[in-house]
Design a protein around this ligand. Structure first.
Ligand code: SF4
Length: 304
């Protein structure tokens, strides 16, 4: 199953650019989130249990040691020698620029680390932070700013308690582009109150703003979240694998040339995931997607 026949994957982009495999290694810098500490909201997004987002990542602690341990594991499995330090847990720009610089510098000082991917919220990227990231990029590092959006519909953002709206995202994208940063946006298919096809509208709106990459996954209902409580009361519907792969196929078919897909689905961990069960089987999801893309091969060839 060679997904790169149909999809501009992040892995292929990195291989072509650096002439070898480059892997992300997760870093937990013990950030928190303005949607949890009361600055923007309390309780966080209704689907959020950060432990479930990056179950394989190391615990908070010295960044250099986290990276060393993760590199050792990834290298043993894949032979990779180059890495991107992925600041993934919580909001990784939520701090004073001088503190952020210390964390990012420590990560970049590790042998084999060629860049940073920094995940955060759209309302948490003031200009000094964008300047800092852009300085790293100017020094030749591979730098990605990953903005969580999930949906472009304000009523949905309210239902899931995101604590920001679509215009915050538009503002963040516009400013980040002014600094020349590469941008990836996270979207979730199957959010409460949305039909799967609504994610196509969000996809189109995000693409229209000129982002470089998309990261997408189906809604995971995980333990310890408000969403889990709603699901137990049958207030939330679960998404089917069929619907998810239908929507994803449509996104790939309409993706502009050059758009990268950083992720095509999540991999729900048994210890956290309540529903949908199929989200645990990433390879089944990708196999179904692959079949649908193959069935649309002529459309893909015509449009590229
Ligand atoms: S913004 Fe991210 S870290 Fe904060 S509550 Fe939402 S999903 Fe969790």
């Amino acid at each position: 199953m060679d997904m790169t026949r149909f999809v501009n994957t992040f892995g292929r982009y990195l291989r072509q650019k650096y002439g070898e495999k480059v892997h992300k290694v997760s870093v937990n810098a013990s950030f928190t989130c303005p949607n949890r500490d009361g600055t923007k909201g309390i309780g966080g997004c209704t689907f959020c249990n950060n432990a479930s987002f990056s179950p394989g990542s190391t615990k908070a602690g010295e960044i250099s040691e986290q990276i060393r341990q993760a590199q050792e594991k990834v290298s043993a499995r894949t032979g990779a020698r180059k890495f991107i330090a992925y600041f993934q847990s919580y909001s990784n720009t939520y701090g004073a620029p001088e503190d952020l610089r210390r964390y990012y510098d420590e990560a970049l000082a590790q042998p084999g680390v060629i860049g940073l991917a920094v995940g955060t919220r759209p309302d948490c990227v003031p200009d000094p932070v964008l300047q800092l990231l852009s300085d790293y990029q100017a020094q030749g590092y591979e730098v990605w700013l990953e903005l969580g959006l999930q949906s472009s519909f304000d009523p949905t953002l309210e239902v899931i308690n995101r604590g920001h709206n679509f215009s915050d995202y538009e503002d963040a994208v516009t400013r980040a582009k002014r600094y020349g940063l590469k941008l990836c946006t996270h979207l979730i298919v199957g959010l409460p109150g949305e039909e799967p096809e609504d994610s196509l509208v969000s996809f189109d709106r995000v693409i229209a703003l000129g982002v470089d990459a998309i990261k997408i996954h189906p809604l995971h209902i995980v333990k310890g979240t408000q969403l889990a409580r709603q699901w137990r009361k049958e207030l939330v519907r679960e998404l089917s694998m069929e619907s998810y792969t239908d929507v994803l196929t449509k996104m790939i078919l309409r993706a502009p040339e050059g758009l990268l897909f950083h992720r095509l689905t999540g991999s729900g961990e048994r210890q956290y995931l309540l529903s949908p069960e199929w989200a645990m089987y990433k390879w089944d999801v990708l196999a179904m997607l692959y079949k649908k893309l193959e069935a649309n091969l002529s459309v893909i060839q015509l449009s590229r």
